[in-house]
Design a binder for this molecule. Structure first.
Ligand code: ATP
Length: 253
């Protein structure tokens, strides 16, 4: 069995004393592509943010690469793409500049970029299909292309683990396909992925396991659930998030 990359044990998280996650346990091993699914507000983002230490746990523990989170320092091993950040932000940066920022954790801010940095940036741009837009201002790109720029920035750091919050939400079909291809390459090269998704679309064949968050717990951990009811029609590919068919013992609260 591959070593655990992420291990969450009995984690609880709350905001202002209100519990959002209760007694959540989860392990992601090297080479897996795990999708976190669930209804709006169920706590998917909170789960992945707590894995990265961006939200404190009120109980339980998280380990990354076999190290307790509080002692983990090797952040260059992890690429994180937050939800709807917007790559432009009014700054007239080019696509290449934004992607090159993903090398900072690797090379340090004082050392000029070297051949390895340039190669990593080129390969990340290629992976998301933006080579021909490298010198364009990010602000001139579509929302989907901006999202791909952020994914390329994470890939440029050559991480072992990618954590992505709704990478394909509101993203055009071409960008979704490009992202699925980039993810497939990343995993073929030995990468591990944890991502939040609403609609899997072209990502579906790349996902090895799905976790469904419901009412503060994980109510399903296994194969990607099939779309239910009218969602099973070809043009409705989003996953039913409520675990309707799971036996009660799988509901953790
Ligand atoms: N910083 C915060 N402070 C207070 N409450 C928060 C904060 N972040 C999230 N919440 C609340 O915690 C709950 C879970 O939010 P979270 O963003 O984790 O859900 P989600 O499943 O990712 O939702 P969505 O699918 O809409 O992105 C929601 O009720 C949300 O309002």
């Amino acid at each position: 069995m591959n070593p655990p990359v992420i291990a969450v044990a009995h984690a609880a998280v709350g905001y202002d004393g209100r519990a959002v996650l209760r007694d959540v346990s989860l392990t992601v091993t090297a080479g897996e592509v795990v999708a976190v699914l669930g209804a709006n507000g169920s706590g998917k983002s909170t789960l992945i943010r707590s894995v990265l230490g961006l939200v404190p746990l009120s109980a339980g523990s998280v380990s990354l690469f076999d190290r307790p989170l509080r002692r983990f320092r090797q952040w260059e091993r992890i690429g994180y793409v937050p939800q709807r950040l917007g790559a432009g932000g009014g700054v007239p940066a080019t696509v290449r500049e934004v992607v090159a920022a993903g090398r900072l954790a690797r090379r340090g801010i004082l050392r000029p970029p070297g051949a390895a940095d340039r190669a990593a940036v080129d390969s990340a741009l290629r992976a998301v299909g933006l080579t021909d837009r490298a010198n364009d201002a990010v602000a001139t790109l579509s929302g989907g292309q901006q999202q791909r720029t952020l994914i390329a920035r994470a890939l440029a750091g050559r991480p072992e683990l990618l954590v992505l919050d709704e990478p394909t939400a509101g993203v055009d079909a071409a960008s979704q396909e490009a992202f699925a291809a980039a993810l497939r390459d990343f995993v073929t090269d030995g990468g591990t992925v944890l991502l939040v998704a609403h609609e899997l679309g072209p990502l579906r064949p790349v996902i090895s396991r799905a976790i469904v968050v419901h009412e503060g717990g994980i109510c399903h951990d296994g194969p990607v659930p099939e779309p239910a009811g009218h969602h099973a029609e070809p043009d409705h590919d989003h996953v039913h998030p409520h675990c309707p068919d799971e036996p009660a013992r799988l509901w953790s609260i």
